[in-house]
Design a protein around this ligand. Structure first.
Ligand code: GP9
Ligand code: MN
Length: 626
């Protein structure tokens, strides 16, 4: 007899309940795309295999400890699942170890956290309660097996695991090598094994810095030279147009380009920005993409400052804040600019205080510099109108020319706005998030209009150029149904990529040749573009982007998950689309995507190596300046 009382042992009950529960959560509470029956089967198989893996180990323990072990592992496993679900609702992504260590942010996220909880989440803990109850002594559902029996139980673990890996490999060849997309991993090997995989990756990346030497940096230097367009030094009419002017860079929170020219019940969402886009003193890039990943705003800052890609896991601002960089503020400091950042949030959010110091910002005006009262704050903190208004005096105290970055906050998930401050209706769909989105977007638009006015009043406007950029998406694909309703078309993977367009506008007072440019560009291009406008030659720099105004440009914009946009194609989820029509290309026609995809992967790989290996410590930027 394998177990006493002939009742089913608790580790089997736990496996069935926990496995099934996990499957139901994957299937109905996450929003994982299931394309065929095989994927459906793997989605059911992997939680069963994982649950068995975790619980079957208990047969090696003494009966009393078996119960304790099963109790705690079901609870911890359920917590992991629950936290991932909450994280997913906000980011459509899964937790990675670096993200976990961003403790400050987690604390600051409490406001959003509560809005991410759903009543049905209780279901995730239903089996935990049952297991705790059944693990009581009176039921005695422990097992006492001879050694052979224990080995047999464990052997099944390996069979299940091997089965899972084989199935995953058939479904997604080279899954572990190409693991850009965490959703594939979770779908195929389950969330628990995914965390084991992530832990292995973490160890590997930590080791990379230790083993890096100077040899690889020259390989990357050659690569960047060879892949740069024919004439990287091309000087356009705009070269030096902003020489000696101040640069006011505004990073607009969660602003997506689809908002332009939209109306809710007849009211324009962004009247000020719409006018600006069509004015003579503004150049707008219509096809400008954000390229951020888990580090959100901080990733956008990192890309802009360095023209490097962010990392696929975690925020570089956290994971590699001590690296050597050749960042924009450092370059501008050398050119005689005073550099500063204005952001009315906790200074340590995204580890900004540490990173800013490392990359050379002279001042950081964080929440301590602002008068924050119950009347002027809601949601994430100080409202943008008060933020801009209170910043002007600090801006006036800067030595000119200055480079000042402003990071707005009000238009941030969950897009809260007191009713009396809303000047546009909510949208009406099944997504409260999208419904509220237009009100805070409108608020941002109004605060920018006021800011421009205040700059004029303060006498700072004429001598400055004002650059406006969206940091990343605000509406994740979790809301695709509502988004489809708003756009009047289904949000296909192609549309999903197109929704990653965010504003990029260069406003030059006195300029009279403004236009809306169609070129495909992205955040990676901002640093070389600003330097071009300022007339600063940085020949020895290593950048993955290029001047947006140049004729000869690199032929793609890579997104962090390996998707890309080129003049002719949009590539995502391993599918190639015609960029102009959105039509999915197959066979011969789809082959056009392949050579570009290779370059994209190489680019991301080299940029990662620079960061993981801290390779700029082996490179002398001044010496390489020609
Ligand atoms: C926090 C603000 C928002 O200071 O920049 O960060 P996000 O959540 O968008 O990355
Ligand atoms: Mn942001």
């Amino acid at each position: 007899m394998l177990w006493r009382n002939r009742s089913m042992p608790l580790f089997i009950i736990a496996t069935l309940l926990f496995g099934l529960k996990t499957y139901v959560v994957y299937r109905f509470m996450f929003d994982l795309s299931i394309e065929n029956p095989m994927q459906e089967f793997i989605l059911l198989f992997n939680p069963m295999a994982s649950a068995y893996l975790i619980f079957a180990i208990s047969v090696w323990l003494k009966p009393k400890n078996q119960m304790k072990y099963l109790r705690w592992t079901t609870l911890i496993g359920s917590l992991i699942l629950f936290l991932n679900l909450v994280f997913y609702r906000n980011f459509t992504d899964f937790i990675t170890i670096p993200v976990l260590f961003q403790g400050n942010n987690a604390a600051d996220l409490t406001g959003s956290f509560l809005t991410l909880l759903h009543i049905e989440d209780i279901f995730i803990f239903a089996d935990v309660a049952l297991i705790w109850y059944l693990s009581k002594k009176k039921f005695d559902l422990s097992v006492r097996l001879p050694k052979r029996g224990k080995i047999a139980v464990t052997a099944v673990t390996f069979l299940l695991l091997a089965g899972n890996v084989v199935l995953a490999e058939i479904e997604r060849p080279m899954l572990f090598v190409r693991a850009f997309d965490r959703e594939y991993l979770v779908k195929n090997i389950g969330i628990y094994n995914y965390h084991l995989y992530d832990a292995t990756m973490q160890t590997k990346t930590k080791a990379q810095r230790v083993f890096a030497d100077g040899s690889e940096i020259s390989e990357i230097e050659t690569y960047l030279e060879e892949t740069s367009p024919d004439n990287p030094d091309e000087k356009t009419d705009l070269y030096g147009i902003a020489e000696d002017k101040n640069v006011i860079f505004v990073s607009i929170e969660s602003f997506q380009s689809f908002l332009f020219d939209t109306k809710i019940n007849g009211t324009e969402t962004t009247p000020f920005l719409n006018d600006l886009r069509h004015s003579d003193d503004t150049i707008t890039f219509e096809n400008f993409y954000h390229q951020t990943a888990q580090g959100k705003t901080s990733d956008s800052e990192f890309i802009v400052e360095n023209s490097l890609y962010p990392l696929g896991r975690g925020a570089v601002y956290f994971t590699h804040a001590g690296n050597e960089y050749n960042a924009l503020p450092e370059i501008l400091n050398e050119e005689g600019y005073e550099t500063s950042v204005f952001h009315a949030n906790n200074g340590s959010f995204w580890n900004r205080d540490v990173m800013y110091d490392n990359i050379g910002y002279d001042e950081f005006y964080d929440e301590k510099s602002y008068q924050i009262t119950p009347e002027n704050s809601f949601g994430w903190g100080l409202e943008d109108k008060a933020f801009f208004e209170q910043s002007i005096k600090y801006l006036q105290s800067q030595e000119q020319p200055f480079y000042s970055k402003f990071i707005t906050l009000t238009h941030h998930f969950p897009f809260e706005l007191p009713e009396e401050k809303a000047n546009i209706d909510q949208y009406d769909s099944n997504s409260n998030t999208l419904n509220a989105f237009f009100q805070t977007a409108r608020y941002t638009d109004e605060s920018l209009e006021l800011f421009f006015q205040q700059l004029k009043n303060a006498g700072l406007y004429e001598d400055s150029i004002i650059v406006l950029m969206g940091d990343h998406y605000g509406i994740s694909d979790f809301h695709n149904k509502a988004m489809g309703q708003f756009l009047g078309k289904e949000v296909t993977p192609y549309e999903q990529v197109q929704l990653q367009r965010v504003p990029f506008m260069v406003h030059i007072p006195g300029y009279d040749d403004g236009e809306i440019k169609e070129k495909v560009v992205g955040q990676i291009d901002v640093k070389p573009t600003l330097l071009h406008l300022l007339g600063i030659e940085e020949n020895g720099d290593m950048t993955f982007g290029g001047n947006m105004f140049a004729e000869d440009r690199k032929d793609f914009i890579a997104l962090r998950d390996g998707s890309f946009i080129s003049e002719n194609y949009v590539y995502t989820n391993e599918l190639c689309y015609d960029r102009s029509t959105g039509e999915q290309l197959t066979d011969e026609a789809a082959k056009g995507c392949l050579p570009i995809k290779e370059k994209v992967d190489q680019d991301l790989h080299y940029s990662d190596n620079i960061i993981y290996g801290d390779l700029f410590r082996f490179y002398d930027f001044n010496e390489n300046e020609e």
